[in-house]
Structures are given as structure tokens and as C-alpha cells.
Design a protein around this ligand. Structure first.
Ligand code: XUL
Ligand code: MN
Length: 345
């Protein structure tokens, strides 16, 4: 089994730099023009939303969708790219404005399930079993707007319907505690894994852990990964970084908390993640100040930091750790880790 990691990112990670306070500052890069960058930067996997794969998805017939996806499959193959997963972008559609699966309106709930089934079809056509559910608007702006207990059951019902629809589908839940909602129903990996175990086939529901989302929940990303790993449920990651309990920033991996990044890599190493064949996904944004020609460096840099940290983890002397542990000398262990990261030992 290989010791090597495979890397992926999504086309939205090369963006025009718009934020809630200002419009785009870089020209749009066409989807087709993003694809050659993957190989150039050493990425073999592509993460897709359903409407990244099929633009204007809602207006297309089943036949149109099939034609579009088979052409995309050929294009991805010619670029040497593997589709890691497809994710239904439920949060941008008016029907999903109060959450799809947990909307008080049964028509919205039906729409969310149908759209997710189309997403499974697209994933299958692209040769991947995995869909990712970031339950973006499944939550509340005000507590009184929903019955939270009933809402959790709606999520489980929806998961069951999707598991029924395709006996091979694997569903990875991406937890996030807030943004766009004040309070989300799946804020942590604990919630994602608990939901998985409530479904009719827990073996086919897992999680995707994003660094920034864990940080926003006030949690340690490596512990969140470890929790999923302990139950065989870490099916993907969105590595990035985050400065404090603020808006979701999607910064370059390791750029804020290098020690935290080291610990995420360490836990992936200890959990045999490379050998599992799962992708190391990035979910990073270029700074708005970045020029168009350099608006891919955040991807190259995140991957480079990851690869360097793999070396750091692999070269940390295990016997030293065992010795500090048995001496109960965690101050010593801490300094050994810091020295190692600083290149002194
Ligand atoms: C949202 C987020 C999304 C998902 C993919 O914060 O992380 O990019 O990862 O839709
Ligand atoms: Mn993400």
C-alpha cells in the first residue's frame, strides 16, 4: 500500500475574489481552463458541486444532463483527473433558503431529496460513489422557526431515502457550526457521526472534516479528524486555516496555526489515511489582493505545506516521544515538537 497522498480541490477554489463587501476583482477563469492547472500543481482529484458538473442543472432534462456528464467524464479522463465526490448545491436555490431537508415546507423537502438524487446520478456517471452533504442552511436563524428534534429526524429520513435510492452511494456529511445560518444542525463531526449511526446503513454515511469549520466550532481539527477516524468515518478532508472565531476564511493550510496543521497531518499519518486511498482535499481561497496570474498559489502552497509536514511527522523520533511520555515530561515533549518544527532537531 502506498505511503503517498492523493490531493484534490474544487473549481470554486480558483475564484474571482468577490466577498460580501465587494465585487469580483479578477476575471472569471472558465471551468475548462481550470482543469490543466490540476496536473500542473500535482492534484489528481477534482471535487465538484452538482452544478459545477452540470451548469444550469435545474433547467436541464435527464437526457441533457447525461450528455453533459458523459462529455465531462471524457474531459476529466483526458486531463488524468478523478472525480472525488459530487455535492448538491442546495443552499443557492430559493427552495433551499430555509434548509432543504429541514424546511417547514414539504415541497422544499421533496425538492432537496430529488436534487440530491440527481447528484447521486451525476456522481455515478462520473465514476464516484461519494456525495458530500454540507448541510449549509439546515439550521435556524431563530430557534422558534423549527422543531429541532423533528428537523434531525427529517435529516435522517432524507439520508435513508438517498441510501435506498442507490445501494452503493456513500454520503459524507461536512459539518460546520454557522454561516450561512446562525445555528446549524450538524455543527461538528460528532453530530455527523451520530446522524450516520441513526440511518438504516451506517456503513455508507461518513464525514468530511474541514479545518476552518472545526475551528469555528471552537474545536481542534485534528481531534475532529481523529473522532471520525476512530469509527472509520473520515472519508475526506477540507484542509485550510482560520484566524479565530470569525467568518469562514479558507486560508492557506498552516498559514495561521502551523502547529495545528502539523497535528492534523500527524493524525492522518497515525490513522493510515494515505493507505486508505482517500483524497486530501483542500478548500482554500486566494486572498482578494492576489493578482489573477498568481491566484493559484494558495493551492500550491497549501499542498507544499502538507508535504513538508508529512516529512516532519515521519522524521519525529518516536522513541523520544515514548521517553517523554514515560517520564511524564510534557514540557520536554512540547519543546521537542517545537524544535522539530523550527528545524532544530
Ligand atoms: C462551506 C464549504 C463548502 C463546501 C463545498 O463553508 O466549506 O465549500 O466545502 O460546498
Ligand atoms: Mn469545505
Amino acid at each position: 500500500m502506498s505511503n503517498e497522498y492523493r490531493f484534490s480541490f474544487g473549481p470554486w477554489n480558483i475564484s474571482e475574489g468577490a466577498d460580501p463587501f465587494g465585487p469580483p476583482v479578477r476575471p472569471t477563469v472558465d471551468f475548462a481552463d481550470k482543469l490543466p492547472l490540476y496536473k500542473e500543481l500535482g492534484f489528481s482529484g477534482i471535487q465538484l458541486h452538482d452544478d459545477d458538473a452540470v451548469p444550469d442543472l435545474e433547467g436541464k432534462s435527464a437526457a441533457d444532463i447525461e450528455n453533459h456528464v458523459s462529455e465531462l467524464k471524457r474531459t476529466l479522463e483526458s486531463e488524468g483527473l478523478i472525480a472525488e465526490f459530487v455535492a448538491p448545491r442546495l443552499w443557492e436555490h430559493p427552495r433551499g433558503k430555509d434548509g432543504g431537508f429541514t424546511s417547514p415546507d414539504p415541497k422544499d423537502r421533496e425538492w432537496a431529496i430529488e436534487r440530491s438524487k440527481r447528484c447521486i446520478d451525476i456522481a455515478n456517471m462520473l465514476g464516484t460513489k461519494m456525495i458530500v452533504l454540507w448541510l449549509a442552511r439546515e439550521g435556524t436563524y431563530i430557534r422558534e422557526s423549527k422543531n429541532a428534534a423533528a428537523a434531525y429526524q427529517s435529516v435522517v429520513d432524507a439520508l435513508n431515502e438517498l441510501l435506498d435510492y442507490d445501494p452503493h452511494v456513500e454520503i459524507a456529511i461536512e459539518p460546520k457550526p454557522n454561516e450561512p445560518m446562525d445555528q446549524a444542525y450538524a455543527p461538528t463531526m460528532g453530530h455527523a457521526v451520530a446522524l450516520a449511526y441513526q440511518t438504516q446503513d451506517a456503513t455508507r454515511v461518513g464525514g468530511l472534516l474541514e479545518t476552518a469549520h472545526a475551528r469555528l466550532a471552537g474545536l481542534d481539527a485534528s481531534d475532529e479528524m481523529a473522532f471520525a477516524l476512530a469509527f472509520g468515518k473520515l472519508w475526506s478532508v477540507h484542509l485550510n486555516d482560520q484566524n479565530g472565531l470569525k467568518y469562514d476564511q479558507d486560508k492557506t493550510f498552516g498559514s495561521v496555526d502551523l502547529r495545528g496543521a502539523y497535528n492534523q497531518v500527524r493524525i492522518l499519518e497515525l490513522g493510515g489515511y494515505a493507505q486508505s486511498g482517500r483524497f486530501v482535499g483542500l478548500d482554500v481561497k486566494a486572498m482578494r489582493t492576489q493578482k489573477a496570474e498568481q491566484a493559484h498559489l494558495h493551492l500550491a502552497n497549501s499542498k507544499a505545506v502538507f508535504v513538508k509536514l508529512v516529512e516532519k511527522v515521519r522524521s519525529f523520533p518516536d522513541d523520544l516521544q515514548a521517553q517523554y511520555q514515560s517520564d511524564g515530561n510534557y514540557e520536554g515533549l512540547e519543546m521537542a515538537v517545537l524544535s522539530h518544527l523550527l528545524g532544530d532537531g
